[in-house]
Design a protein around this ligand. Structure first.
Ligand code: FES
Length: 100
């Protein structure tokens, strides 16, 4: 079987794109591809990285990411502790292209 295609992450409205790296968080995956997302604690508590998931599915690396049930239902995620389970579209107005 050919290797599975990595999940691709689109960042709106800035129009950046990166791929989910196996075993890394979305935040770490983005950084390996020179895209910086807002972050501070990187362990799912401070909520600095909180952003809206417009489409797709994520799983969490920790049991209790710092989001309420309501926030999760509204589509908010914490990319510092989340991994893509499908292609994603994220809304991160403050994403920075470190290559640019
Ligand atoms: S960086 Fe603190 S919750 Fe994500």
């Amino acid at each position: 079987m050919p290797p599975a295609q990595p999940h691709s992450i689109d960042i709106q409205p800035v129009g950046l794109r990166f791929e989910q790296r196996p075993g890394l968080s979305l935040l770490q995956s983005a950084l390996t591809q020179f895209i910086q997302l807002p972050n501070s604690c990187r362990n799912g508590t401070c909520r600095t990285c909180m952003c809206k998931l417009k489409s797709g599915t994520v799983s969490y690396q920790i049991e209790w990411p710092g989001l309420t049930k309501e926030e999760k239902e509204e589509g908010w995620i914490l990319p510092c502790v989340a991994e893509a389970q499908s292609d994603l579209v994220l809304e991160v107005p403050l994403a920075v292209d470190l290559k640019g």
